[in-house]
Design a protein around this ligand. Structure first.
Ligand SMILES: [Zn+2]
Ligand SMILES: [Zn+2]
Length: 77
């Protein structure tokens, strides 16, 4: 998401009361669950518990604001 500059003379929208009244100025990106759990077809490591998962384990996909994708254990969500 591109944050538009303040048009009211303040250095940034987050320091401008008028901008903030007009809407969220910097919505933080959040990890969002994508789809249903599935069996991993590859090995990797879970970014939540930092332990590996192996092919055949149940994992889920998460996306961060459409910019990043990660896979975590089903039970770690
Ligand atoms: Zn402003
Ligand atoms: Zn995990």
């Amino acid at each position: 998401m591109v944050i538009s500059p303040c048009t009211h003379g303040m250095p940034s929208p987050t320091s401008c009361v008028t901008c903030m009244e007009e809407g969220p100025v910097a919505a933080p990106a959040r990890w969002v669950l994508i789809g249903a759990p599935f069996l991993a077809g590859f090995a990797g490591s879970c970014e939540r518990c930092v332990r590996p998962y192996a092919p055949g384990m149940r994992i889920v996909r998460e996306d961060l604001g459409g910019q990043r994708t990660r896979y975590v254990h089903e039970e770690c969500v």
